[in-house]
Design a protein around this ligand. Sequence first.
Ligand SMILES: N=c1c2ncn([C@@H]3O[C@H](COP(=O)(O)OP(=O)(O)OP(=O)(O)O)[C@@H](O)[C@H]3O)c2ncn1[C@@H]1O[C@H](COP(=O)(O)O)[C@@H](O)[C@H]1O
Length: 122
Amino acid sequence: MPADKNPASGSNADAAKSFSLADLEQIIADRSNAAPDSSWTAKLVAGGMERAAKKLGEEAVETVIAALSRERGAVVAETADLLFHLLVVLRMSDVPLSEVLQELERRTGQSGLAEKAARTSE
Ligand SMILES: N=c1c2ncn([C@@H]3O[C@H](COP(=O)(O)OP(=O)(O)OP(=O)(O)O)[C@@H](O)[C@H]3O)c2ncn1[C@@H]1O[C@H](COP(=O)(O)O)[C@@H](O)[C@H]1O
């Protein structure tokens, strides 16, 4: 991996400021219909939800391991893998990212602790 693209260096951070998860969602939508032998995205989609969701779980575990290892570069790389695979699974679930963001926005008025307390006292 070139040094200027190494997540551990953080030197690409400025270039990434104009790239959003919505951009990645669009790339995934575009690549979903490609030939599976030419695209990881298309291969995941063609493989079905069981395989894609399992891959998402693996990436989540790899992110946990990276966090526990306190390796900053690994946290960046594994989180990127996790977000990519999460967006693929969202697409396969027919859930647009905007719907998840709406749900997160709805939650902004309440602390997570208050929400948990209200739920567990029911
Ligand atoms: N962001 C990503 C992205 N992140 C991770 N991956 C791929 O996810 C795959 C799985 O990652 P792993 O670390 O698990 O690698 P693995 O080869 O399965 O290794 P093992 O787990 O088997 O050891 C790898 O092939 C990565 O390249 C991604 N593949 C695609 N994208 C984006 O999607 C675009 C289109 O890609 P294609 O669909 O392949 O054309 C790309 O230009 C990127 O913008």
